[in-house]
Ligand binder design. Structure first.
Ligand code: HEC
Length: 145
């Protein structure tokens, strides 16, 4: 009689441990994916390996802090290509939204000889989404020229 009681107790304890709930983790993952906007996802996928939006933080590419409507090749201490420096000097190239989109479509077409090793994006909707997101997240609001 006594032995049986312990068996049942052990069985009950084992069942409780097996039934521990698991699905909480999956719910969190979904929430994370939703909180990243389409523009941010594009930036993370295509730009973040080389660029930060934080002021003064250069990587393979220069910081993109306040990039929209500022002069090209203007981050102090970043070693730009001669091509980009020259366009900034000779043509006063500025990163208007229009120029940004042209550059990102195919960097070497707008700036032949650029050091930015990026093949370009052809999807116009993605480009608009990305530039809008950069504009909203790259620092102080920039003035239209
Ligand atoms: C493989 C690294 C790499 C990737 C990926 C990359 N860039 Fe660049 N980017 C660079 C480098 C290097 C330069 C400097 C170009 C030069 O000096 O000619 C640059 C320059 C720029 C400039 C001009 C900055 C200035 O101060 O004038 C902009 C704007 C820019 N990148 C935006 C982007 C965006 C937006 C993306 C994502 C769609 C991107 N880049 C992806 C490396 C990269």
């Amino acid at each position: 009689m006594k032995l049986n009681y312990f068996r049942i107790l052990a069985f009950a304890v084992a069942m409780t441990m097996c039934a521990a709930p698991a699905p909480a983790q999956e719910e969190e993952k979904t929430a994370d994916a939703d909180s990243v906007s389409a523009g941010e996802a594009l930036f993370n996928k295509k730009c973040a390996q080389c660029h930060s939006l934080a002021e003064g933080r250069n990587g393979n590419g220069p910081s993109l802090f306040g990039i929209v409507n500022r002069e090209a090749a203007a981050v102090p201490g970043f070693k730009y290509s001669r091509a980009l420096r020259q366009m900034a000097a000779d043509e006063s190239l500025k990163w208007s939204e229009k120029n940004l989109i042209a550059f990102l479509t195919r960097p070497s077409l707008l700036v032949p000889g650029t050091r930015m090793a990026f093949p370009g994006m052809r999807n116009e909707e993605d480009l608009a989404t990305l530039v809008d997101w950069i504009k909203a997240n790259s620092g102080p609001p920039s003035q239209e020229p």
